[in-house]
Write a protein that binds this ligand. Structure first.
Ligand code: A2P
Length: 341
């Protein structure tokens, strides 16, 4: 009989944690026992897993005893504190936070792009930033044919990426404004309903944001090509779920829109939705709830020698977080790598 694993989800009550529970069950991940973990506030809370009720437990230093694999989605602070605790208990960690992504000892993996990197894990594997994942899934097959030298990306990121509280805030503010009441602001520095915020994560000294810097650094690490120039602007928009991106690519050699469409139509994890004649293009309301990264509006950028413009949309909770983490887990199962070396 094939092996089954004790699997912990850290942050099991959150937006990503809920998607992790759903996707582990949907994809029939070989779970012997699911261990849902969250803060003390959630201890004893009933949660669903594969149609059964499991009780949430408080995350403590002993939570990982006897656990084989842990998917972390409770923020960078929790990951910094507890991923080493889990690893030292013999549990392999797949971490969705930014805490370990740029650590040279930690692979940063998108299964369609660099699956081979799981082989050198030392107990912690990082799941990239949501916006980076959907961009590199589309870049990789094109980069393989005509090297990408520069990418300029602007993101339109849904509130679900901030967490469950932000989804509630968007709905509440929208209701209040439509009812003629002033919106209450608590999650973001400004109103998010009927607005856009060019501000995701903290500002850095050079005027960029940490989210933008993550896209720059993580793209190079995942594609294994530090020479790619990346320029990013990350914007929070009043969309419930599903991140969109305007992506401008420059190639070392010619890449026609027709050839790009042909490559993308066969690329793993990618769904080409590109038919202007029928108003067909990727949208968050379509990509939300789906596993594929949608790409469309493929067209030449005539202002540079070898340029293309694309519009890329994916479910940030699924491919941008929980699905990618579970896919990394599947790679580990396939390669019998659920063990701390
Ligand atoms: P809790 O619900 O008990 O606060 P989201 O990103 O949707 O806001 O979810 C964050 C997740 O991380 C929740 O499951 C939350 O649990 C969990 N979490 C936050 N802080 C901690 C902590 N210090 N220890 C364990 N889990 C935490």
């Amino acid at each position: 009989m094939s092996r089954e694993y004790r699997v912990a989800v850290v942050g099991a009550t959150g937006a990503v944690g809920m998607a992790m529970r759903t996707i582990l069950a949907e994809r029939r991940f070989p779970v012997k026992e699911l261990v849902p973990l969250a803060s003390a506030r959630s201890a004893g809370k009933p949660l669903d897993f594969a149609g059964e009720t499991v009780l949430c437990r408080e995350l403590t230093g002993h939570s990982f005893d006897g656990v084989d694999l842990a998917l972390f989605s409770a923020g960078a602070g929790t990951s910094l504190d507890y991923a080493p605790v889990a690893r030292d208990a013999g549990c392999v960690v797949i971490d969705n936070s930014s805490a370990w992504r740029m650590d040279p000892q930690v692979p940063l993996v998108v299964p369609e792009v660099n699956p081979e990197d799981v082989a050198w894990h030392k107990g912690i594997i990082a799941n990239p930033n949501c916006s980076t994942i959907q961009m590199v899934v589309v870049m990789k097959p094109l980069h393989g044919e005509a090297r990408i030298t520069r990418v300029v990306v602007s993101t339109y990121q849904a509130v679900s990426g901030t967490g469950a509280e932000a989804i509630d805030e968007l709905v509440r503010q929208s209701d209040d404004i439509l009812a003629g009441k002033g919106p209450q602001i608590s999650v973001y520095p400004h109103q998010i309903a009927f607005n856009c915020l060019p501000h995701i994560d903290v500002f850095l000294e050079d005027g960029s944001t940490k989210e933008e810097q993550k896209m720059v650094d993580e793209t190079k690490k995942i594609l294994g090509d530090p020479s790619i120039k990346v320029s990013a602007t990350c914007v929070r928009v009043p969309v419930r779920n599903g991140h969109s991106e305007s992506v401008n690519l420059e190639f070392a050699t010619p890449m026609s829109p027709e050839r790009a469409r042909e490559i993308l139509s066969r690329a793993p994890g990618v769904l080409l939705a590109d038919d202007p004649a029928t108003n067909t293009y990727p949208m968050p309301i379509v990509a939300s709830g789906k596993d594929e990264t949608y790409v469309g509006r493929v067209r030449r950028d005539p202002t540079v020698a070898n340029g293309l413009n694309l519009w890329v949309v994916a479910d940030n909770l699924r491919k941008g977080a929980a699905l990618n983490a579970v896919q990394i887990g599947e790679l580990l199962v396939e390669r019998d790598l659920i063990r701390v070396p």
